[in-house]
Design a protein around this ligand. Structure first.
Ligand SMILES: [Fe+2]
Length: 280
């Protein structure tokens, strides 16, 4: 029998990005992603939608300050905290204004902050274009250590690994519910934020999103295509500070107990339709 895993199911609920030009970033996330700006205590800004939410904080550009995962209830949250303590993972305070009391944060081996909590209130009214916040990706020079931390420490399950050579992984995809990945880590020379993804309800939504970005003169820099791991349809745009934003559809759902898959490191793995953004 599978061991108790209080993390399952957890979903990516919101992210905090730091912004050098808070005005330009607010404009993009308001007009481009349809999020409603609201002030927060301090100098941050909440960008609120129905199923996608971000916190923008003044600071350096292209920095993921934290990613926040919602658990179903407080009992699971308490059990997760106890389980992490038993594994020697120290819980710190939650920096998120969107979770109830009891939320906490942990640091991954690169110092990346991950927050777990129960949402304080539901999102705003429904989104004009469907796209719920679904996964976030970091870059790291030590992806085996990062993947081990998320899997053996936090309780994520490994869905797929991309290898350049045996023992030399270039990408690891991990899930916290049946969807293929809610977190992934890609090999790079140093830790960095890679991208986040909004999962829409189907291929037609990608057309509508692409038309919407065209009206705003926001170019697609990668895609449309279909990823190998995750099998999702996608395209990507950049926000004004260069953060990559993915619009996705039809991400794979993984049956319980499916062993992790192996993929070769090549263009076809990143994009079955050919044409790839190879990071390393
Ligand atoms: Fe992605």
């Amino acid at each position: 029998m599978r061991k108790d895993n209080p993390l399952f199911p957890a979903r990516l609920h919101h992210l905090c990005l730091s912004a050098r030009d808070l005005g330009a970033m607010t404009g993009f996330y308001r007009d481009g992603l349809g999020l409603e700006p609201a002030p927060l205590p301090g100098r941050g800004r909440l960008m609120r939608g129905g199923e996608r939410m971000l916190v923008l904080e003044p600071g350096e550009k292209r920095q993921l300050v934290y990613s926040a995962y919602a658990l179903a209830d407080e009992q699971r949250l308490v059990r997760l905290r106890e389980q992490l303590a038993g594994r020697g993972i120290r819980a710190g305070a939650s920096p998120s204004p969107l979770f109830r009391e009891g939320a906490f944060s942990v640091s991954d081996p690169d110092g990346g902050l991950v927050v777990f909590g129960v949402p304080a209130k539901p999102g705003a009214s429904s989104d004009r274009l469907p796209g719920r916040l679904q996964h976030v990706v970091r870059q790291s020079a030590q992806i085996d250590r990062i993947a081990a931390f998320y899997r053996d420490g936090l309780g994520f399950r490994l869905s797929d690994v991309v290898h350049k050579a045996p023992g030399s992984a270039t990408a690891c995809f991990l899930r916290s519910d049946p969807e293929h990945h809610s977190f992934a880590v890609f090999h790079a020379r140093e830790p960095a934020f890679d991208h986040f993804s909004l999962e829409s309800s189907g291929w037609n939504d990608l057309r509508d999103w692409a038309d919407h970005f065209a009206r705003l003169s926001v170019p697609i820099f990668w895609g449309p295509g279909r990823h190998g791991p995750g099998n999702n349809l996608f395209f990507m745009v950049r926000d004004p500070e260069g953060n990559a934003v993915e619009i996705s559809a039809e991400i794979e759902r993984i049956p319980d107990g499916r062993p992790a898959g192996d993929w070769p490191h090549n263009e076809r793995t990143l994009n079955q339709w050919s044409g790839s953004w190879i990071r390393s």
